[in-house]
Design a protein around this ligand. Sequence first.
Ligand SMILES: [Ca+2]
Length: 44
Amino acid sequence: MYQCAFKLGTANIYGISLGDIDGDGDLDAVIGNFGTANKIYFNK
Ligand SMILES: [Ca+2]
């Protein structure tokens, strides 16, 4: 499960990428936000 929930359509999200960033074998999500720092959601 993702550690943080995020709402689509309420924030200025311009890009979502999925990939195994931390190398634990589960897909993680990188959320690009307009005007703020990108966020990485690790799927533990
Ligand atoms: Ca991962």
